[in-house]
Design a protein around this ligand. Structure first.
Ligand SMILES: [Mg+2]
Length: 420
């Protein structure tokens, strides 16, 4: 049996890199937005301006993904803001995954800009795995005009941690024997699946680094954090006790979008148009990632900033826009108290890479058709732009109350595991 070899390949500042490559394609003399303080951000006029991706020099100013553009501007007054182009990113993502499939026997899309490649047994084909990772990284840069980091290890967990080391355009290894040297000195929040709240609790126990967690008493960690404690204690030792993508992590993954609306919504028809628009992007993201979800949540924030969230579990998993939308509408009807709405959000969770749809014959037929329709629409948008095809209800928009047919850029939620 050959030694397992896993690559985790992560596009550097994906949206910004893809946007930069596109701008240069349109005008080779255009400035490269990767080389100065720039971000991809939502529209400020529509009150939903947050940083979706940042250039390295914006990062040097302390600009963070997910923060309001107004904050980012305070840190960096010369910041240039570029609007997101969702369908372009799906297209680039598809090209990226396609290139990987040309070389790797097994490719697993983990998010729109990340993939695992199982390279086990390819040494006779490509040579030594670390050298080939460098080669593959360069092939991606030359063919697709963006850079990636590649993490190389013998399991997914360590490969993923490795790709997060110094960026951009780098290959890093993190083999089990390198764990004490490379992983243990890192702050505990850097460990996969340790979010803010878990990190806070670990720190209050005096465990500030991954090494501290690794050396902590296993029973104590399990009694404090239950089964997640066992997982993170093993992760701190570089042991992937549960599969990252097929079982544990996808359930923690959530795909969601929200929109702060440029006017207060007071009627249910308008609210549902916003929900549909959000479901369009969420559905497209799920399909791009090959993910299926079984929990749908709707968030309503009224003009007093009071927030209501309702969620439900579907009997079967799906990535069909219409199904997510139908569910969102039901939740909305149950949750809305008729106060004016400022923000609406749709998020989905319990993601898996396989659908386990169990419909009666009538439903199965209907959802198969919808599924085919969805992927046809995705293809058209990928080729001709996201505005090439839209639902009739978005065609006649009154100008002042413009609701885009696909809203909400993608945010960090796309891959940050939720803390439980
Ligand atoms: Mg990335």
């Amino acid at each position: 049996m050959p030694e397992p070899v896993i690559y985790h390949i992560d596009v550097n500042s994906a949206f910004l890199s893809w946007e930069a490559a596109e701008l240069l394609k349109q005008d080779p003399d255009a400035p490269d937005i990767r080389t100065f303080p720039a971000v991809i951000g939502g529209s400020e006029e529509l009150r939903h301006g947050i940083v979706l991706a940042k250039s390295p020099s914006a990062k040097a100013f302390g600009v963070k993904t997910g923060e309001p553009l107004a904050h980012a501007r305070r840190k960096c007054p010369d910041l240039k803001v570029y609007p997101p182009h969702y369908s372009l990113y799906v297209q680039r993502s598809n090209e990226f995954m396609e290139l990987l499939r040309r070389y790797a026997p097994e490719v697993e899309a983990y998010s729109i800009d990340e993939a695992f490649c199982d390279m086990t047994g390819t040494t006779s084909l490509y040579g030594e795995p670390i050298a080939f990772a460098h080669k593959l990284k360069d092939i991606i840069r030359e063919e697709l005009h963006f850079t990636v980091n590649i993490g190389v290890s013998s399991n997914r967990l360590l490969a993923k941690m490795a790709s997060d080391f110094e960026k951009p355009d780098k290959v890093h290894t993190l083999f089990p024997e390198e764990v004490p040297e490379k992983l243990w000195p890192l702050p505990v929040e850097d460990l996969f699946s340790v979010g803010k709240s878990t990190a806070g609790r670990l720190r209050s126990l005096g465990l500030g680094t991954i090494g501290d967690l690794a050396h902590a008493n296993h029973d104590m960690i399990v009694s404090t954090f239950k089964s997640h404690g066992d997982t993170i204690w093993n992760y701190a030792h570089g042991i992937e006790s549960s599969a990252l993508t097929h079982e544990t992590a996808p359930e923690n993954k959530c795909y969601g979008n929200s929109l702060t609306i440029s006017f207060d919504v007071t009627d249910s028809a308008t609210a549902k148009r916003v929900l549909l628009s959000l479901c369009e992007t969420v559905g497209a993201r799920l399909r791009a990632a090959g993910a299926y979800i079984s929990v749908v949540q709707v968030q309503i924030t009224n003009n007093d900033f009071h927030q209501t969230c309702h969620q439900t579990t579907l009997p079967s998993s799906t990535n069909v826009t219409e199904k997510i939308y139908a569910c969102a509408c039901e939740l909305f009807d149950a949750a809305w108290d008729h106060t004016p709405i400022r923000l609406l959000g749709v998020s989905t969770s319990k993601a898996t890479s396989e659908s386990y749809e169990q419909y009666n014959l009538f439903d199965m037929d209907k959802y198969e058709k919808l599924s085919k329709l969805n992927s046809a629409v995705d293809k058209i948008r990928t080729r001709y732009g996201e505005d090439a095809i839209k639902r009739a209800c978005f065609v006649e928009n009154d100008e002042k109350r413009d609701i885009r047919h696909m809203t909400g850029g993608m945010n960090k939620a796309k891959r940050t595991p939720k803390n439980t």
